[in-house]
Design a protein around this ligand. Structure first.
Ligand SMILES: Nc1nc2c(c(=O)[nH]1)N[C@@H](CN(C=O)c1ccc(C(=O)N[C@@H](CCC(=O)O)C(=O)O)cc1)CN2
Length: 288
């Protein structure tokens, strides 16, 4: 008898909270031949919304059939949901400006298999030579220069590239250009930024210099979804390091680089494994 290797699927959902959701979802998946391997849930008492992430295996392996059956089931709960084949890799576009330490870190982790994704392109607003020390072999690179007068045209070219490359996620890896409200809206829930401060402190430009002037004893980095409101998007992951009165702004920048790298890498892994759910202006993150 030939044994079919079951496929693994990730289901995320959110809906108005009520009794019986977990049982109903579990019974539905069992009825589809699904065997649940992981399940996490959270009921937000403030918003009355329920969130769930499940990983299940199914010998049926037919995503289209599972998707259609769940669509019928989800309607009774007014669910927002996603269902994905866990082996389906996301296409991720990486945007960078002058400082490329986060990009370098992502490329390394990707090349050693730590980030299961396909890189759609690296897009920079500085020329290729800026990144001459980086291994970009096999990765499409586009230099989209931008200034006050060319911003609209640059964003139009960027959006065309995002659409044509089938990009699923845009990562601002220290990309220092403010996206227009229109582009931020088009990328809602699909664009992540690494901000080099512990938000909500020190939004905007030059946060390390702001922090130095304030005499902080901790600095941090924050990964968040990008919205039209600068550095106000739903926070996904953060981390910090201690600093002292003797540290200069350049010391803070140096110490901050490692925080930014690890926060963004953690965030990318979380996103690629469907562990981040949007909860209005916040997120629910189901850590492993
Ligand atoms: N619509 C959004 N765009 C961007 C966001 C965001 O949350 N919403 N995050 C920023 C990243 N960022 C800090 O992390 C940031 C980037 C740029 C600036 C800024 O003042 N830029 C100047 C130009 C600076 C330069 O050319 O060196 C500007 O755009 O006029 C502040 C904060 C990314 N985009």
């Amino acid at each position: 008898m030939t044994m079919t290797t079951p496929g693994q699927f990730v289901l995320t959902l959110s809906c108005p909270d009520r009794a019986g959701i977990v049982a109903a979802v579990s019974n539905h998946l069992a009825g589809q031949g699904g065997n649940i391997l992981e399940a996490q849930q959270f009921g937000d008492a403030e918003t009355g919304r329920f969130f769930m992430r499940l990983v299940f295996e199914d010998t049926q392996r037919d995503l289209a059939a599972l998707d259609s059956a769940f669509a019928d089931f989800a309607r009774q709960f007014a669910m927002q949901w996603t269902l994905r084949d866990r082996n389906q890799r996301r296409r991720v576009m990486l945007l960078v400006s002058k400082f490329d330490h986060c990009l370098a870190d992502i490329l390394y982790r990707w090349r050693i298999g730590e980030l299961p994704m396909d890189i759609a392109a690296v897009v920079a607003n500085h020329p290729r030579d800026t990144y001459r020390h980086l291994d970009l072999d096999g990765i499409p690179f586009r230099h989209l220069s931008v200034d006050r007068d060319s911003r609209a045209a640059q964003e139009a070219a960027l959006w065309q590239l995002i659409e044509q490359s089938g990009t699923d996620l845009v990562v601002l890896a220290r990309y220092m250009q403010i996206l227009s409200n229109d582009l931020a809206r088009k990328l809602a829930g699909k664009c992540i930024n690494i901000h080099h401060s512990f938000l909500p402190g020190f939004k905007g430009a030059r946060p390390y210099h702001q922090a130095h002037r304030r005499g902080v004893k901790l600095i941090g980095a924050t990964a968040h979804f990008v919205t039209a409101d600068l550095d106000e998007g739903p926070i996904i992951e953060q981390d910090i390091e201690r600093v002292t009165h003797a540290d200069t702004p350049d010391d803070l920048i140096r110490i901050g680089r490692d925080i930014e790298r690890r926060v963004l890498a953690r965030t990318l892994r979380l996103y690629l494994d469907d562990r981040i759910l949007l909860n209005d202006a916040k997120t629910v993150v189901f850590h492993s």
